[in-house]
Design a protein around this ligand. Structure first.
Ligand SMILES: Nc1ncnc2c1ncn2[C@@H]1O[C@H](COP(=O)(O)OP(=O)(O)OP(=O)(O)O)[C@@H](O)[C@H]1O
Length: 474
């Protein structure tokens, strides 16, 4: 049923303007209106001048130079500044970027984002309408880095960082960037939008410098997608690496060995290497390893049980004294590297041997990290039946995977929805992976540094405790 807007009585004429509203008119002289417009315009100019001081002050300086000293002096100063900037950029690029170029770029970007901020927030449905008001999140600050912009935003009351995370794809398209990541800001009412423009992971990551004494809370392993160095904490953790064939599991192993190589030479670190695929991956770095097994599964079970015995001795000694073992030459950190975990826990046909290995691994993974016995295990097939130990690995790294379902099996449940697209990593980017850093639920895309066979040989010669004599370890 339709209800008439007003009660219409047949035959009655409705006046065209039933309510006659008239705005009161106040007459002011024209000079007063012109003065008001001028004052307002001047106020805006001053505000703009102060707000964009980074542009207006240099322009004022240049203008003053031109007026006081003429065009020649102005050109000389401009050329001199350009020359100094070029020399600085060429001689020390990092400081030039940090102190010179990125702050200038951040100013320009802040201005660019401000221009489109209102429509961007409205179309991404991040503008909050309450009563008759519409309130926008406030764009506070922009910081630029290599291929990224970090935008600090004050959110509106009632909004959460998750509201922005849900709109991140819309924001990426709106701002014309590859991806937008959302993290909580320093204050509870702010968030940081990281806008990823280029891809710093598209190029190979060269081997990183070897720390003289490794910092086991931040081992340098590669590069993050925000252009920062990728560092990983080894203390207090066990590491699982999953990746399809040729995904680059080797680069995770060798980056880690390189990061602790200084400790190997000093005797603070012992690497025990297990290469069940016949030594194809790890044998090349043999002098770096205190223990090495590649064919003999009985020897592998013995080695793991020996690690358990060492672990138990340390636990007995350290109980009540400390909660974290500090590596020394007498009691080094033991890093057990397994190139293919499934070969030990799933594919092995000798059931008795398999049980021994599984039991020893279970004990090491659950109790070893506090007493300096750590495991870095690689896996090709992350299906559940192959991976009974997943939850014993606090740090999990997912390289390229064959199927989308495998992502949540390796990382936490829901990781793929939060952006860990491991199944979409192209084959042309080996060594690219996703991992969860420092308890942040948003997966970080990273690339591990790549060591060629020559790099590994050189590292083994320089840092290995076993010296190579005519090709074999002595
Ligand atoms: N971080 C990296 N950067 C660039 N190239 C890499 C990187 N890691 C590996 N590669 C290239 O990819 C190839 C395969 O790498 P790798 O052998 O480490 O893979 P994998 O996952 O161990 O494979 P598999 O499961 O067969 O042992 C290497 O030959 C190397 O050329």
């Amino acid at each position: 049923m339709t209800v008439p807007f007003i009660n219409v009585i047949r035959g009655q004429e409705i006046p065209e303007a039933p309510l006659n509203v008239r705005t009161p008119v106040v007459r002011i002289p024209i000079w007063m209106a012109v003065a008001w417009w001028c004052l307002r315009g001047l106020g805006r100019l001053v505000r703009g001048y102060i707000r964009h001081w980074w542009l207006t002050l240099p322009l004022t300086g240049l203008g003053w130079l031109y007026l006081e000293h003429g065009a020649f002096t102005l050109a000389t100063v401009v050329v001199a500044v350009a020359l100094v900037a070029t020399v600085w950029a060429l001689s020390h690029r990092p400081s030039w970027l940090r102190l010179g170029w990125w702050p200038v770029k951040a100013r320009i970007r802040l201005w660019q984002y401000r221009r489109v901020w209102h429509p961007a927030m409205a179309t991404a449905r991040l503008a909050v309408t309450w009563d008759t008001h519409t309130v926008l999140p406030i764009l506070k600050k922009v910081r630029c880095g290599a291929g990224i912009d970090e935008v600090t935003v004050r959110i509106v009351s009632g909004q959460t960082p998750d509201d922005f995370a849900l709109a991140s794809e819309r924001l990426a398209h709106t701002f014309g960037v590859r991806q937008v990541k959302v993290t909580p800001g320093r204050r509870p009412d702010t968030i940081t939008l990281t806008l990823l423009r280029g891809d710093p992971l598209a190029t190979l990551v060269e081997p990183l410098p070897v720390p003289f004494v490794p910092d086991f809370t931040a081992l340098p392993l590669g590069r993050r997608e925000d252009g920062r160095p990728l560092t990983l904490r080894l203390f207090g953790t066990q590491i699982l690496v999953a990746g399809a064939t040729d995904a680059g599991k080797g680069s995770v192993i060798w980056s880690t060995v390189r990061a602790v190589a200084g400790g190997i030479r000093a005797g603070l670190v012992e690497v025990w290497a297990f290469d069940p695929k016949g030594g194809m991956e790890l044998a090349i770095g043999r002098p770096l390893f205190a223990r090495f097994a590649c064919d003999d599964y009985t020897a592998m079970a013995d080695m793991l049980e020996e690690a358990v015995a060492t672990m138990r001795r340390r636990t007995g000694r350290l109980r009540g004294l400390t909660r974290q073992h500090i590596p020394t030459v007498d009691e080094p950190l033991i890093l057990i590297i397994v190139d293919e975990l499934a070969a030990l826990t799933a594919y092995l046909t000798d059931r008795q041997l398999k049980e021994r290995i599984k039991n020893a691994l279970g004990v090491l993974l659950s109790q070893g990290r506090a007493v300096g016995v750590h495991v870095l295990a690689c896996l090709q097939d992350p299906r559940k039946e192959v991976l009974p130990f997943r939850n014993l690995f606090p740090t999990r790294i997912a390289l390229r995977l064959a199927e989308d379902k495998e992502v949540d099996l390796v990382l936490n449940d829901g990781s793929r929805d939060r952006g860990a697209l491991c199944d979409q990593i192209p084959k042309s980017l080996p060594g690219v992976a996703y991992l969860l850093l420092d308890g942040d639920p948003t997966p970080m895309r990273v690339r591990f540094s790549y060591l060629s066979d020559a790099d590994i040989r050189a590292m083994a010669t320089e840092y290995g405790r076993l010296r190579l004599t005519e090709g074999s370890a002595a």
